[in-house]
Design a protein around this ligand. Structure first.
Ligand code: VG1
Ligand code: CO
Length: 552
């Protein structure tokens, strides 16, 4: 009798005070770990999520994260709060792990009410590094702006939160447990996702490619979340030799690395693919598994080109055999996919940065493939961008076409012309100076149109505003675009995912129809536009930096 009394969990209502900095950015709330460790900080945000939702009593919530430092602690808190707030069931990935696309898959498959994903994506992890949390809705995708705004509004007026007083749940053992009235199911983190991948792609052909004894690939999971998924898919299901997946064990600090799959941060892989006796194919993914980098032997595929190539070859993949309903790309992403859409006679939508803007287009079947210049591609199979999906898509194309990555991309340029593209990031800029830089461009905007810079004439200049074609919602101030009469573009944006100072992103694009020039280095091809960008924005002056931190 006594025992069961002690074990009966109690719902507690804890008084709290608002934190005024809980505004979600491009992809959820991201802060340094010590910020999240302040008493009530995480709890306030989680309660604000629940307070902005209606109708979840007795429903299912999915919870998982990228395995970074503080993941397990945060999950225990969230489970107890979900129970206290009346969810009927929580599905949580074993060990607290779910990649972002896998979480999206699990939400959809189980018709969950929504999900909470713990990740700061590519930002470094560890006790003094970054942590993050975001809410995904029942379609499996990031909450749209009206939801994130409601969460923020609640966070500013919150006075209490509810939490169950109960022992921690064992996250390491697959199985069913109870937390108060709520059921907890610890699920295999990989199964549902791996099954979904198998249903989309031609696994037999990919297996043939990976086991033919000639083709070699390397998948670098950068000690982040995709390790278990990549081992299961490439080595176990598709027969690639053990060792194909490197850095395949998720570590709480990502091995001290920066799990951003680009030429700078994925340097081991880049060295391998550009070295002697390089494999045929290389890929990397980011902290939470939603981004991808694709490399051929001595060849880098620009993410914008990757989206265009996937779109142009989609019918080679079983899931997209009947063609695409449309394509969507974020505004700063190059216009390479617009050319594919034009040829296919389908729409290409231009959305603000961040995956949350693709959800409506996918739900309404206006778009099938989506992509961002920031190494993110995905489709209607889930409602997040999906790193390993993109890798499998490339392998499927290679298996069918029996060509190298380089041949496939250069062929593509021959057909469509090449959109030279580059992004320059200036990280850790003083926030005031970054805002002054933006204000300075704004002050020039009324007089820029019609101005010439060398051979370039400005055709338009605006701060991008998006009206969602499905629900009519409007999102303003999504980045400054300067377009030239020849179709070239310069775009400026401040990042919405950083946790320290500001990051300025400069995106530059030009179009080259002539194959004789397609071999040029983008930094050379784009030199004039980069100079024009600096002349207009005085980047060096405002950032006090001589050169960008990262060039992709
Ligand atoms: C960046 C990228 C954006 C991406 C976002 C989240 O945002 O530019 O394209 O959707 O990160 O990706 P920002 O605001 O810093 O430019 V992830 O992989 O961090 O969930
Ligand atoms: Co990510």
């Amino acid at each position: 009798m006594k025992m069961s009394k002690i074990l009966t969990p109690m719902i507690q209502t804890i008084a709290t005070q608002p934190f005024l900095d809980q505004k979600p950015g491009t992809s959820g709330l991201r802060k340094k770990v010590p910020v999240f460790q302040q008493p009530h900080y995480l709890e306030n945000f989680v309660q604000s999520i629940f307070d902005s939702l209606e109708g979840f009593q007795g429903q299912t919530l999915v919870v998982g994260g990228d395995g970074r430092y503080y993941n397990r602690t945060a999950i225990q808190i969230i489970l107890k709060m979900a129970a206290a707030n009346g969810f009927g069931r929580v599905l949580v990935g074993q060990g607290g792990i779910l990649s972002t696309p896998a979480a999206s898959c699990v939400i959809r498959k189980n018709q969950a009410f929504g999900g909470i994903i713990l990740s700061a994506s590519h930002n470094p992890a560890g006790p003094t590094e970054d942590f993050g949390i975001k809410y995904n809705i029942g379609n499996g995708g990031p909450a749209p702006e009206k939801v994130t705004e409601a969460i923020y509004a609640h966070s500013k007026t919150i006075t209490s939160y509810k939490i169950l007083e109960a022992p921690d749940v064992n996250l390491d053992k697959v199985g069913v447990d109870k937390l108060g009235e709520m059921a907890i199911e610890v699920i295999d983190a990989v199964n549902d996702y791996a099954q979904l991948m198998e249903s989309l792609f031609d696994f037999d052909r990919i297996r043939e490619l990976l086991t033919n004894g000639h083709f070699r690939m390397c998948m670098d999971s950068l000690s982040a979340v995709t390790g278990p998924y990549a081992h299961r898919l490439f080595e176990q299901r598709l027969g690639a030799p053990l060792g194909t997946v490197v850095h395949g064990e998720p570590l709480e600090d990502f091995g001290g690395g920066h799990p951003d799959p680009n030429l700078v941060y994925a340097h081991d892989l880049v060295e391998l693919l550009f070295g002697d006796n390089a494999p045929d194919f290389g890929a990397a993914s980011d902290g939470d598994g939603d981004r991808n980098m694709i490399l051929g032997r001595q060849f880098f595929v620009t993410p914008s080109d990757s989206l265009a190539v996937l779109a142009a070859n989609a019918t080679l993949v079983p899931a997209y055999r009947d063609g695409l309903a449309g394509i969507a790309r974020s505004m700063p992403t190059s216009q390479a996919s617009d050319r594919v859409a034009a040829k296919l006679g389908i729409e290409c939508y231009e959305t603000p940065t961040g995956w949350k803007f693709f959800g409506n287009l996918l739900d309404a079947n206006k778009a099938t493939l989506c992509g961002e210049e920031s190494f993110g591609t995905g489709s209607n199979h889930v409602r997040e961008k999906d790193g390993l999906w993109a890798v499998l898509f490339w392998l499927n194309i290679i298996a069918v076409r029996q060509q190298s990555v380089e041949e496939i991309v250069t062929d593509h340029w021959k057909t469509y012309g090449r959109n030279f593209y580059s992004r320059h990031d200036y990280e850790g800029v003083d926030s005031d100076r970054a805002n002054e830089l933006v204000a300075n461009i704004h002050s020039q905007m009324p007089t820029l149109t019609g101005k010439t810079f060398g051979s370039y004439e400005v055709a338009y200049c605006d701060d991008f505003s998006y009206t969602d074609p499905v629900d009519g919602s409007v999102s303003t101030k999504q980045g400054i675009r300067i377009g030239f009469t020849d179709g070239s573009r310069i775009v400026f944006r401040l990042s919405g995912t950083g946790t320290q100072g500001a990051t300025l992103r400069l995106y530059v694009e030009s179009y080259e129809p002539n194959p004789a020039n397609h071999h040029l280095d983008p930094q050379v091809a784009l030199k004039d536009l980069l100079d024009i960008a600096d002349a207009i924005a005085q980047i060096r002056h405002y950032t006090q930096m001589d050169k960008p931190t990262v060039i992709t």
